[in-house]
Write a protein that binds this ligand. Structure first.
Ligand SMILES: Nc1nc2c(ncn2[C@@H]2O[C@H](COP(=O)(O)OP(=O)(O)OP(=O)(O)O)[C@@H](O)[C@H]2O)c(=O)[nH]1
Ligand SMILES: [Mg+2]
Length: 512
């Protein structure tokens, strides 16, 4: 990184300040490069929550995921993207580049740090990162001409095989920047899609990701084709490029486009089907009037850790972005005995690709449909408020803006006290916890119980011993005020959901 830093600071003095932040960025993941499955798994051992001798669901998933880590030595090939499977974007040795148009240097650094974490999560080795301050990204090459040339030198010097841009680029920008740097150029959207593709495990998750990838790919078909043509025909572009330019011709692009459209239609049908099944399940929960609590928040905030801490669910926890894609729903209970469901969801990120929001809409609806959102915040992040804003944007997008929200600042064991102080003034009712140490968890449980709607129906009944099933249900779903075993049956006074109330009322002592 030395060469580039000197260059960076001579041209743009402010970049030197970002050096430290960035050096931190490239050691995310304990400096393990993410390409050696064994080393990675070992290194993860001590970062991993939960007992190591009893592998639970999450640990098994983690082992499986690491076993699938990319191996080094497969270079990113500039083959026709329409012919390789899209998700095989083999990111490897990468250089990051960001353009910042607003905010200060710290914001720019945080953003590049996040891009580094995303890259490593995708299995790439981050070699270098640079940012450029511009009023807006260059319409031709995203970064300006000078910066692009600098980028090319860095790519050459480091032997990088991919450049990742911190934004969404137009097909034209990707192509023209590729032309300058002579290696593959990928944008943040493609990177996030790639992580989702690696992490999706349920059939619904896989279908959702594939749909998002295809809708990202569709408008870019020609772009990639052109780029490859130019690759073969030398720089300069245009029609005069010789054999290579005729590579993926018009007909091929048309065929690909049709194939992709067909595939997307099929995926949409499948998803609609899966969605019906999910709606049915949710309706069952609704009619039982069991309140639902959704754990939502920025990726890596500790949502799964918190669910595990609250319910012992054994959900996969990983220091990687988007570890969780499939929603997990668990039964839980307030200290006074009211049942509720607690669900873990996919994390959010700044500029979550809209293709993903679209594709994951049905999953995200769980959040919009819940009675309460536990909005988990990573208190150890230097700028949690920017993450809160990003999450609120997604809430608005999925129409979850009206759902009551309980702000939970997690990782207080690792948080900067000053950051916490600022948060406290902004969100006076927030709860501070550490899923790792358990600190604050009892307070969180109390706040949760407080925020949950009270069961609406109060019943007094004398239930005969032959209807033990009803009493069991009251224990499961209701809140018991008193219970007494009499000669005629169980006398019970409780708050219960509507359906159960109707059944219990058959045994209400007559008022006559
Ligand atoms: N220091 C500290 N680390 C924590 C705490 N809670 C979670 N972590 C770590 O934060 C990382 C992310 O935790 P997860 O529970 O996977 O986070 P998540 O929000 O579910 O992340 P995604 O599913 O990827 O969106 C893991 O490395 C956890 O060990 C905490 O209270 N303190
Ligand atoms: Mg998770």
């Amino acid at each position: 990184m030395n060469t580039a830093d000197t260059r960076g600071s001579s041209e743009h003095g402010h970049e030197a300040a970002g050096e430290d932040a960035f050096r931190e960025a490239i050691t995310i993941g304990d400096g393990v490069d993410g390409t050696d499955a064994t080393r990675r798994a070992e290194a993860d051992g001590d970062r991993h929550d939960g007992p190591r001798n009893t592998p639970d669901q999450g640990e098994m998933e983690l082992a499986e995921r690491h076993a699938l880590r990319r191996v080094q030595g497969l270079s990113t090939e500039l083959t026709d993207i329409t012919e390789v499977e899209y998700r095989a974007l083999r990111l490897e040795r990468v250089v990051l580049i960001g353009v910042w148009t607003s905010g200060n240097q710290t914001d720019a650094d945080n953003s590049l740090t996040e891009l580094a974490a995303l890259s490593e999560t995708a299995g790439a080795l981050v070699l270098e990162g640079l940012t450029q301050r511009r009023s807006k990204p260059d319409p031709a090459t995203y970064v300006g001409k000078g910066k692009a040339a600098e980028l090319r030198d860095i790519v050459e010097a480091t032997g990088a095989d991919t450049v990742i841009c911190d934004g969404e680029l137009t097909p034209g920008q990707l192509r023209q920047l590729e032309d300058v740097v002579k290696v593959k150029v990928v944008d943040r959207t493609a990177l996030i899609l790639d992580i989702f593709a690696q992490h999706a495990s349920s059939s619904e998750g896989k279908a959702q990701v594939e749909l998002a990838q295809l809708s990202y790919l569709l408008p870019r078909l020609r772009g990639w084709g052109d780029s490859l043509s130019r690759q073969a025909g030398g720089s300069g572009g245009g029609a005069g490029g010789g054999v290579g330019t005729r590579g993926p011709g018009e007909t091929k692009i048309e065929t690909d486009r049709r194939r992709i459209n067909d595939k997307m239609a099929k995926l949409r049908r499948q998803l609609a089907h899966m969605r019906t099944a999910r709606d049915v399940k949710r309706d069952v929960r609704r009619t039982r009037e069991v309140p639902s609590v959704a754990i939502a928040g920025y990726t890596n905030a500790g949502k799964s850790s918190l669910l595990n801490r609250l319910t012992g669910a054994g959900v996969l926890v990983e220091n990687a972005l988007f570890a969780t894609l499939d929603p997990t729903v668990r039964q839980a209970r307030t200290p006074d005995g009211r049942g509720f469901t607690l669900s873990d969801t996919v994390g959010f990120v700044r500029h979550l690709p809209h293709q993903l929001v679209e594709a994951f809409r049905s999953t995200l609806e769980e959040v919009a449909d819940s009675d309460l959102i536990l909005h988990v915040i990573d208190g150890s992040h230097p700028d949690p408020e920017s993450q809160i804003r990003a999450v609120h944007e997604v809430f608005a997008d999925i129409e979850a803006g009206d759902v009551p929200e309980l702000i939970v600042v997690n990782k207080v064991d690792a948080a900067d006290p000053d950051v916490l102080k600022v948060l406290r003034t902004r969100y006076p009712t927030m709860v501070e916890v550490s899923a790792r140490t358990g600190e604050g968890v009892p307070e969180l449980v109390a706040a949760l119980a407080e925020a949950l709607p009270e069961l609406a129906h109060e019943v007094n009944a004398l239930v005969p011993y032959t209807r033990g099933d009803l009493i069991a249900k009251v224990h499961q779903e209701g809140r018991i005020i008193s219970e007494e075993h009499t000669g005629d049956g169980t006398a019970i006074h409780a708050f219960v959901p509507e359906l159960l109330a109707a059944k219990l009322n058959e045994y209400a002592p007559s008022r006559a």
